[in-house]
Design a protein around this ligand. Structure first.
Ligand code: COA
Length: 161
């Protein structure tokens, strides 16, 4: 059984992430979405909220599990018997950071491969931060995140004003 992990902060999950998730499920027997608890990012959503927002989007994907993790990604990946780390690449500027991350992960766990999927052109400009910024300034994020994520974000940002 070939198990892959797609790690991220997912604060919040966007259609860009979901596009990668959908495509990765076709390449592996099982996909674990690893939601990082402590990435040093100041998250808008708590870990349970980030987990639930993703879980609600993947109910129809039978080979997907959504799990939190803390500490090193490679340790969690090994514990879950993953053979591959999936990462999405959007633009050339992602490459340098992703290259560094994958080399360090390879150093830490030589048996774990990183596979990069090119983000679909519709989502090349997306990031969780830009979604939060546009939403906080009253801009429309329809079509960029699932409707319940947009609703949760609106509620959260309204509460923090
Ligand atoms: N579509 C849309 N947006 C995408 C995307 C896609 N296909 N792929 C990435 N993004 C966005 C993310 O939403 C995120 O946006 P943000 O910065 O506005 O929040 C950004 O691009 C990528 O952020 P990045 O920091 O690269 O990744 P991440 O936050 O998703 O996850 C971890 C980083 C969790 C994988 C990494 O920090 C980690 O492995 N942590 C565990 C500790 C560890 O092992 N450290 C050593 C690693 S060598």
């Amino acid at each position: 059984m070939r198990i892959a992990i797609y790690p991220g902060t997912f604060d919040p999950v966007t259609h860009g992430h979901l596009d990668i998730i959908n495509r990765a499920t076709k390449l592996f027997d099982k996909l674990i979405i690893g939601v990082a608890q402590d990435t040093g990012k100041n998250t808008v959503f708590e870990i349970d909220e980030r987990l639930n927002l993703i879980k609600n989007q993947v109910t129809e994907l039978t080979n997907v599990e959504v799990k939190p993790f803390s500490g090193l990604l490679v340790n969690f990946a090994k514990k879950e018997n993953c053979c591959t780390i999936i990462r999405g690449i959007r633009v050339i500027s992602d490459f340098e950071y992703e290259f560094q991350l994958s080399l360090m992960n390879k150093k830490l766990a030589p048996d774990l491969e990183t596979v990069f999927l090119m983000t679909s052109s519709d989502y090349l400009f997306l990031s969780s931060s830009i979604i939060k910024q546009v939403s906080s300034l009253g801009g429309c994020i329809e079509g960029l995140v699932p409707a319940d994520v947009a609703k949760a974000l609106y509620k959260k940002l309204k509460g923090s004003r």
